[in-house]
Structure formats: structure tokens, C-alpha cells
Design a protein around this ligand. Structure first.
Ligand code: MOS
Length: 727
């Protein structure tokens, strides 16, 4: 089905099920332990062995010697595969570093061996018996030092008007540098796979992964085998945040271990290995210059940022949102990824915007202060309804101003203290801050298959549910479209045997996958119409599917009676085409925060968090709210405690476990409130939906930093805002 733009009014505007709160249909299975995660698949692949990975202990160089003799003799060991035993595997398009094979070490904790044994303990014990010697090579690990040597940022992503002239003549200007830390996804479920490649031919993989089709292709490329020989299942995923978009070492090691042992093998990456072996969000250093007239109108933005990557990667692009978030005639943004030999950086929740807005939205607060304007009013004044770089390109919808006004009203923004450090309750300094948020609303083509038999519908798509609620919103979409009850719909996800979907990433999953399911349901309706034995041939559009019945001219039939007991199967995909190229389609939010900072210890406590979101039709207020809450919580960690610390001599993240890398816990999070504006967007999908999964993290760190400033008078421009930065 080609999507050009949903009709002005459609089925979903009068929905019974879509857009309504519905508890997760997989919730009971998950909380009662009946939803098996990859490592717990005892029901598949009989005779599983356990693989334990070994990580390199240098960041760059070569392995000159590996001896696994002792490991092979250890009790219970079935096989050992070292990286020297295998020719360098192909690099899949999505992998910057090579995952295994050969003697080259490209980053610390790169996988260099897997030991396969009958138990985890025996595999781990034997892994410690492998002897490794290295020839280390010089490498660069220090972003600050590398930046000092950098000559220029290269070609800017945008350069509109005359930024230097505008800044030179502006009465009010800002020039400041901001830093965000490298961050780890730190999802609850580690990367884990069971692979059966016993015969070295057909490969079956049970894993925890966001993108089934990408990963299947990555496996085919890596091992140079036919994708048709590979089957993947990832029905439940215990968090991903971008860390599970890609093929990682767990799958590769389990596959090699299985081939060597002739048995199915399972590998979970041990937590202390994940931070350096898998991907992370890279750190950024950002310089922002903003110029405005006395009236508060912005005349110029200059946003220059660097991040880091292994050679060949792209790093965290922190400048993207600055191209279209606010008005202003003159604008230059440039991002440069500096090659460092730290572990591989890649996408993490709202890649780019999460870091870019953390800086931009402090800068906006600083500008408002210089202009002696309210930061909410300053943002409203500089709103734009068109792409500032291309005034002929309007936003399909943009209700950022409503988000700001609604948020200010609900939060009681007017009543705040305006003098930094001016409000105290005992030993606590109280502060209020706000920030805006923008995140794109991409969609990807997405397919599904539906099967109807005796009034029950089964939906099959390789879409994943990474804790987001995909099962539920897909069931809602199918039930709504086919006029069935939720109970009559079964959803099957995360299997390469099913049609290729968008997968879960980039906050495109919910909007894209539901559109694909809708397309498949319409294909089924066509099939049903063709089968109806009525006088004149009816078109599907002339039928109504309502409460388990098919209604139309001379037709009143139960869906359960369609097909004479045979299963009716239909498959289609949504194809988004290119009409959207003339539009900016985004999601927007305003965040409001209250903090208390201890006057003597510098400890920051969050007291209130409010988000008001403009993100298209909300498909399910319960699961969407959970997504935003999760984003806000992750942002609280990014603002106050999360940061990967680099060992600049040896090139690894030193705090590589959950003891040293501190994510926010329940005790850190106050009451959170999430408000969704009613903003269905016909330009986005047939359901008029967009994503929210990444919007919730955007802007929040800056809102916290601005609140801390309001509380203390200390302007912190480097994250995380730990106590040492407040004294
Ligand atoms: Mo997202 S960082 O594309 O999973």
C-alpha cells in the first residue's frame, strides 16, 4: 500500500480501540516469567552448551600469541575458538569494528575467544586459562587533546546567510562551550543469543535484538552465507535503546562455538564486558554561539560540535536539531567525528538530539537571561512553522508553542523565583528550569501478514517489542481495522519467518509498524470482499467491519463465518514514498523541572518532572506515557550521574559495570507527569501517528541544568552535573 497522506477524516478518528488506554497484552506473561528472553529459551535447541567470551585487554594492536591448551583440558569444556583460529570475518555494513577473527585488536574488550562448556561456571573458569600476548600500538583516546589539534570541522552541514556578520552586529550574543559524556545503554537484559549452527549449514538464532532483517543480513555478510539459511527469533527484548540495533559478539561467538562443538550454544555478554565490547553514545564537545536583537529575536546560530568514533564510524551528531528548531536567518552547524580508539560508538536513544539539546537548551536559557526575558516567552518568540533553512518547507504540524504554554500553566511556572539562588527551604536550595525538545518523526516501510480463521485474527511481522508496547498497539490496530475485539487478535513478533517490518529504532517503530499492519488488514478486507457470495461484487471500501461482523449493501455476515472454515491469509506493507520530502515532520515537547540542591553537599534531588508532548496521534496513552517516563528517567541519569570515564592511557571505559556507571533508580525519580496534546498528523501515517520513544529523553538534561542554575546560581555546562561541578 502506498501512503500519500491519510484522508482528512478516517477510521482512526472515530476509533474504539486505537488511541485508548489498553494494558500491555504481554504484560502478564512478562511479570509472571512466562515470556522467555533469549538466554532462557530452554524450550528450543536441545542439548545447549554455554559459551563464555574473552575480551582483549589492549585497545589497539595485534595478538602475537594465544594458547588455549589448558582451557581445552579443563573439565566440561567442549570447544574453544580463538580469534587466531578464524580468518577475519567480514565487516557487516552496520559494524564499524570487526567482530571476530584474525590477530588485529581494534578496541578494548573486543572478543578474542569463546570457551564452550557444559556449564557457565566451567566455561568461565576455562576462559581464564587462555594465555594471550599482545603487541600494543600507540593510539589516541583523549577527545580534548584531539580537539586541540583539530584544524577545522570540515564542511558544515548547513551554512545559511552570513553568521559572522549577524553575530558582529547583534546587541546580545552568547558564546559558550558545553560537554556531554559518553553514555552506555545499560539495558536490563544483556546481549544474549542461542545459536544452533551444529551442521555448519542452516543457522537458527534466538537472540535479543531490535532489528531482525538488518541483523539477519549482517550475519549473512559476516559469515559469507546465504541469508535464506539463517532464521532469527527475538520475540521479547529486555531493553535495547539502540544497543541492540546491531549484530554483536554474543551471536557471533555462539555461532562459532556451535559450529565447533556441533551443538547449540548460548552466550550472554557478561555485564562488565558490555560497556567496552558493545556500542555506546560518544561524548561531545559543543560550542554554541547565538545572536539576538534587543527584541529577543534570534538572528544567528553557530553550532559546532565534535564527538568521537572508531575510524569509519560517524559519532554522535549533536548539531542536527539546531537546523530547524528555532527561527533565525543566519545559521551554521557543523559536526565532526574525531577518530579515537575507544570502543565502537553508535546510536543510543535519540542519537544526536539527546546530546545536542542538552547543550542548545542551556544556551537558550542563557540567552533568555541576557535578554532579561522569560525563557518560555523567548522560545515562543522564536518559534517557526517552516524549516528556517527552506521557508518553502513547512512543518506538517508543530504545536511547540502549545506545549510551552500548557506546560507553564500546569507547572505553575509564573510563581517561580526568578533570582538564581534566591529560594531556600532549610538546607535545600530550590530551583525551577525548563527546556524545549525536538526529535524527528521518521517512518520506514513496514510489512505484516494477517491470518483469519473462525473470527480470530493472527498478525505476523518481524517487528520487535523492546519493552515499548509493540504487541499491544499492533493488536489495537488490527482489532480496530477488522472490527474485532482485542481478545480475538493474536500478535506474533520478532521472527525472520514473518514479513519484514521497520523494526524498533529511531522512534520510527510504533508509527511504521502499525501502518504496515493496517495495510495488511486492508489487503485482507479486499480478499474477503472478493469472496463474498452476494449478487453484485462489492468493493472492500463498501464494507464495514464492526463488532465481529461484515456489513454492507445486502451483506450482514459474521467474520467468524468467512472462508468456510479455511484460513484466509493476506500480506502487505506500507510504502511511504517521497511525498514527505516537501515537509518537515517532527515531534515536540516542553519539559519543566523542579530540583532541590543541598546547600552544603551539592547533592541534587529531582522534585518534579513535567513533560507536555506534541507527537501525533497517541496510539495508546498507557504505553506512550511509559515511553516518555522512561526517556525522562534516562535523561535524569544523563544529567546527574551517567558518564563513561575514559582511561586515557589504556583506552577503555573504567566504570564498566552497573556499580561504577550509575543509572537513575526509583529513589532518584520523583512524581513524573506526562501530557499529550491531541495532534493527529495526517502527513505522518494512515493512523496519523508519530513516535515518542526518543522524544522523552530530549531536552530533559538541559531543563535539569537550568533548574540547578536557578537553584544555585552555578551555571554548569558539563554533564553529568555531579557535586564537584557545583562547588
Ligand atoms: Mo534507537 S538509538 O535508533 O534504537
Amino acid at each position: 500500500m502506498d501512503f500519500n497522506q491519510a484522508s482528512e477524516e478516517n477510521l482512526f478518528d472515530h476509533a474504539r480501540i486505537v488511541g485508548k488506554p489498553h494494558a500491555r497484552i504481554d504484560g502478564r506473561l512478562k511479570v509472571s516469567g512466562q515470556a522467555p528472553y533469549a538466554y532462557e529459551r530452554h524450550d528450543v535447541a536441545a542439548g545447549q552448551l554455554v559459551g563464555y567470551p574473552l575480551g582483549a585487554t589492549i585497545a589497539k594492536g595485534r595478538i602475537t600469541h594465544m594458547d588455549a591448551t589448558q582451557a581445552l583440558k579443563a573439565p566440561g569444556v567442549a570447544a574453544v575458538v580463538t580469534t587466531l583460529d578464524v580468518a577475519p570475518l567480514n565487516r557487516a555494513e552496520s559494524n564499524v569494528a570487526r567482530l571476530f577473527g584474525g590477530d588485529v585488536v581494534e578496541h578494548y574488550h573486543q572478543a578474542i575467544a569463546v570457551v564452550v562448556a557444559d556449564t557457565l561456571e566451567r566455561a568461565r573458569g576455562a576462559a581464564n586459562l587462555i594465555e594471550v600476548r599482545y603487541a600494543e600500538e600507540d593510539a589516541e583516546f583523549d577527545l580534548e587533546a584531539a580537539l586541540e589539534r583539530l584544524q577545522n570541522l570540515g564542511e558544515p552541514a548547513a551554512d545559511v546567510g552570513d553568521v559572522e556578520a549577524a553575530i558582529a552586529k547583534a546587541p546580545v550574543t552568547l558564546d559558550a562551550v558545553y560537554r556531554t559524556s559518553a553514555q552506555s545503554h545499560a539495558m536490563m537484559e544483556p546481549h544474549a543469543s542461542i545459536v544452533d549452527w551444529s551442521d555448519g549449514k542452516a543457522m537458527t538464532v534466538w537472540l535479543s535484538n531490535q532489528m531482525i532483517a538488518w541483523t539477519r543480513q549482517a550475519l549473512a555478510t559476516t559469515f559469507d552465507i546465504d541469508a535464506d539459511a539463517i532464521r532469527l527469533e527475538s520475540p521479547y527484548v529486555g531493553g535495547g535503546f539502540g544497543g541492540k540495533l546491531w549484530l554483536r559478539a554474543d551471536t557471533v561467538l555462539a555461532a562459532l562455538g556451535s559450529r565447533a562443538a556441533g551443538r547449540p550454544v548460548k552466550v550472554a555478554l557478561p555485564r562488565p564486558l558490555m560497556f567496552n565490547n558493545t556500542t555506546h553514545r560518544s561524548a561531545t564537545i559543543q560550542r554554541l554561539r547565538i545572536a539576538a536583537g534587543e527584541d529577543g529575536r534570534i538572528t544567528a546560530f553557530d553550532h559546532a560540535a565534535v564527538s568521537h568514533t572508531l575510524p569509519g564510524g560517524s559519532g554522535e551528531d549533536a548539531v542536527n536539531q539546531t537546523r530547524c528548531f528555532y527561527a533565525g536567518e543566519n545559521r551554521r552547524v557543523a559536526h565532526h567525528a574525531i577518530d579515537l580508539h575507544l570502543p565502537e560508538s553508535a546510536d543510543m536513544r535519540a542519537p544526536g538530539e539527546a546530546s545536542g539539546l542538552a547543550a542548545l537548551e542551556i544556551a537558550m536559557d542563557e540567552m533568555a537571561e541576557k535578554l532579561d526575558m522569560d525563557p518560555v516567552e523567548f522560545r515562543i518568540l522564536n518559534d517557526t512553522q517552516v524549516d528556517p533553512e527552506d521557508p518553502d518547507k513547512p512543518f506538517s504540524q508543530r504545536h511547540f508553542v502549545e506545549c510551552l504554554r500548557e506546560g507553564a500553566e500546569r507547572f505553575g511556572w509564573e510563581a517561580r523565583n526568578r533570582t538564581p539562588g534566591g529560594r531556600r527551604e532549610g538546607a535545600w536550595l530550590i530551583g525551577h528550569g525548563m527546556a524545549g525538545a525536538y526529535r524527528g518523526a521518521p517512518t520506514l516501510d513496514s510489512g505484516a501478514r494477517v491470518r483469519l480463521a473462525r473470527g480470530r485474527l493472527v498478525v505476523e511481522t518481524d517487528m520487535t517489542d523492546i519493552g515499548t508496547g509493540s504487541y499491544t498497539i499492533i493488536a489495537q490496530t488490527a482489532a480496530e481495522t477488522m472490527g474485532l475485539a482485542m481478545e480475538d487478535v493474536e500478535v506474533r513478533l520478532g521472527n525472520s519467518a514473518y514479513p519484514v517490518s521497520s523494526g524498533s529504532g529511531g522512534q520510527f517503530g510504533a508509527a511504521s509498524a502499525t501502518a504496515g499492519v493496517y495495510a495488511a488488514c486492508l489487503a485482507l478486507q479486499k480478499k474477503i470482499a472478493a469472496q463474498l457470495k452476494v449478487g453484485a461484487q462489492l468493493k472492500a471500501e463498501e464494507l464495514r467491519f464492526d463488532q465481529g461482523r461484515i456489513l454492507g449493501e445486502g451483506v450482514d455476515l459474521a467474520l467468524a463465518d468467512v472462508g468456510d472454515g479455511d484460513e484466509l491469509v493476506a500480506e502487505d506493507k506500507i510504502h511511504f514514498g517521497d511525498f514527505k520530502e516537501g515537509l518537515q515532520i517532527g515531534t515536540f515537547a516542553a519539559h519543566f523541572i523542579e530540583v532541590a540542591v543541598h546547600a552544603y553537599t551539592g547533592e541534587t534531588r529531582l522534585r518534579r518532572m513535567l513533560a507536555v508532548c506534541d507527537a501525533g496521534r497517541i496510539l495508546n496513552p498507557i504505553t506512550a506515557r511509559s515511553q516518555v517516563l522512561g526517556g525522562m528517567t534516562m535523561a535524569a541519569g544523563a544529567a546527574l550521574s551517567e558518564g563513561l570515564e575514559v582511561d586515557r592511557a589504556r583506552g577503555f571505559f573504567t566504570n564498566h559495570d552497573l556499580a561504577g556507571y550509575e543509572v537513575a533508580v526509583h529513589a532518584d525519580i520523583p512524581e513524573q507527569e506526562v501530557v499529550f496534546l491531541e495532534t493527529p498528523d495526517a502527513a505522518s501515517t494512515p493512523l496519523k501517528a508519530k513516535g515518542v520513544g526518543e522524544l522523552g529523553i530530549c531536552g530533559v538534561p538541559a531543563a535539569i541544568a537550568n533548574a540547578v542554575y536557578n537553584a544555585t546560581g552555578v551555571r554548569v555546562r558539563d554533564y553529568p552535573i555531579t557535586v564537584d561541578r557545583l562547588v
